[in-house]
Design a protein around this ligand. Structure first.
Ligand code: GDG
Length: 476
């Protein structure tokens, strides 16, 4: 097997297995932003991607797909339930998003998490070249950096955390908090979305492990009595801005945007929400505010429509099943009370769409609502801004989303404050074009400057730097 100089490790491979035209299963590149960001890097002859192929029980040999060497890590049905749906999405996800939902601590889930993380570490160790670089992605794999370092001390290891890192008062609930911190500290560079996340991590290290942290550096004692320096800092992720701008300028996409507006009955303002159906996204808070504005008569269904795309997500996790029921009850109540024969208050879509359709929706929307209760970054906010090439449109953005650190001229809200959220929606609906332009231009500059390629380069530069310092060490 060829040995790779640069290896990405993520819960999922960057491909989905789908039914092809002839009825056979074929691989298709998955649409996500991370895949786009890393694709050019992975096309290098010496790159590889380690991940689960997305189907329980599927155990296949490594293969090449569109220039990327893919190394599948198999998971049984039981492991998907315990490691992925259990520990990753029902323990870590709610705990790291400030316990919006109650995290469940199950020892069998933890045991599966350790076992699966070890499998990922072993697969990575076996495909990475001597002295190579490994970039581990996200909260499903927090133990991999340490396990991999133990197997392969010659490697340079990075880890990027896509979701928030919570305050110590919450993090300390985790029965396995020590193991998780030690797992992450196996990396040379630990990246976070926000400066505040990196700060919470450093505090957890000081409180729990008593290690010394200074600025972004953490001094980690090793078993041989030596110390190692770990860099822990913010690398805010972004989108492939150019590809969104390109789509937004395409005639067919613009025509589709006009068609969407038409089919909604040409309301004077369209409000839009686009989220995975997840309790972190604040969809209920948004619906409550909108419903009350209609009830108060400050907005009317003749003038304003809310389009809410809630793409299906984690449908086997109980908290998500419940959330879906709650949201759908709210949507139908508001509709029942407010709809007319000609106008729908909320066009609710529990479906996923191709990217062209998403961009057409962004173009059709006068106001974008991002009301997350906690969100690592929130790429939707950046995507909306990227597509607004005419500098029109208003972004309402929760201060609890990482994107708020960069998009300072959005209308910033605390989604828990329903009255303020209502006032902000009215302000957005009424905002004069000149003010929209001033705010949007400043935000567009940010997403053009810091796109996903700038993000991956800056992370890989930090890793290269860490490697250079290692090489300086006398025994390195
Ligand atoms: C995690 C963190 C962090 C959604 N529905 C459809 C669709 N989407 C796309 C959006 C966007 C992506 O999915 C969602 O990204 P977000 O950042 O908004 O949220 P999470 O999924 O929670 O992502 C988050 C991110 O990782 C990256 O680090 O920002 O904080 O939680 O790109 O447009 N895309 C298409 N059809 C849909 O129906 N094509």
């Amino acid at each position: 097997m060829p040995q790779a100089e640069l290896v990405v490790v993520a819960n999922r491979l960057p491909v989905d297995r789908v039914e092809g035209a002839t009825g056979d299963d074929v691989w298709r590149r998955s649409p996500g932003g991370l895949v786009t960001a890393l694709e050019p890097l992975m096309r290098r002859e010496d790159g590889a991607w380690v991940g689960w192929p997305g189907q329980a029980g599927l155990d296949i040999e490594p293969f090449d797909f569109e220039g990327t060497h893919l190394v599948p890590v198999p998971l049984s049905e039981e492991e998907v339930q315990l490691y992925y749906e259990g520990f990753s999405n029902d323990t870590i996800w709610p705990l790291y998003h400030d316990v919006i939902a109650e995290p469940r601590y199950r020892r069998v889930w933890w045991d599966a998490y350790v076992k699966v993380n070890r499998r990922f570490a072993e697969a990575t160790a076996s495909v990475t070249a001597e002295g190579g670089t490994v970039w581990v992605q996200d909260y499903q794999l927090q133990l991999v950096p340490r396990m991999l370092r133990d197997l392969r001390p010659d490697l340079t290891i990075g880890y990027f955390h896509h979701i928030p890192f919570p305050a110590y008062g919450l993090f300390s609930q985790l029965p396995w908090r020590r193991q998780v911190l030690e797992g992450l500290l196996g990396a040379d560079v630990v990246g976070f979305q926000r400066v505040a996340d990196a700060g919470n991590f450093a505090r957890a290290i000081r409180r729990q492990l008593r290690y010394v942290t200074k600025a972004s550096g953490i001094t980690v004692p090793e078993r041989d009595g030596e110390t190692r320096n770990v860099l822990a800092k913010a690398f805010p992720i972004s989108i492939d801005t150019a590809s969104y701008v390109e789509l937004a300028q395409r005639a067919d996409v613009r025509a589709r945007a006009a068609e969407i507006r038409e089919s909604l009955g040409n309301p004077s303002k369209i409000l839009l929400g686009v989220d995975r159906l997840d309790y972190t996204k604040g969809i209920r808070h948004r619906l409550k505010a909108f419903g009350e504005l209609l009830e108060d008569g400050r907005l009317s269904v003749e003038d304003v429509t809310l389009v809410q795309v809630a793409s299906p997500s984690r449908e086997r996790v109980e908290a998500y099943v419940q959330l879906r029921d709650e949201i759908e009850l709210m949507v139908s109540r508001i509709g029942g009370d407010r709809d007319t024969m000609d106008h729908t208050a909320i066009r609710y879509l529990h479906q996923g769409y191709p990217r062209e359709e998403m961009v057409a929706l962004f173009l059709a929307a006068d106001v974008m609502l991002v009301t997350a209760l906690r969100d690592g970054m929130n790429l939707v906010a950046k995507e909306y801004v990227a597509t607004r090439t005419d500098n029109r449109g208003v972004l309402i953005l929760s201060e609890f989303a990482g994107a708020a650190d960069e998009l300072g001229t959005a209308l910033r809200i605390n989604p828990h404050d329903i009255d303020a959220l209502k006032d902000t929606i009215v302000r957005a609906v009424e905002m004069p074009p000149a003010e929209q332009g001033r705010r949007m231009r400043a935000m567009r500059r940010k997403v053009i400057e810091n796109d996903v390629h700038a993000w991956s380069s800056s992370f890989l530069d930090a890793l290269a730097n860490a490697r250079a310092h290692k090489d300086d060490e006398p025994d390195g």
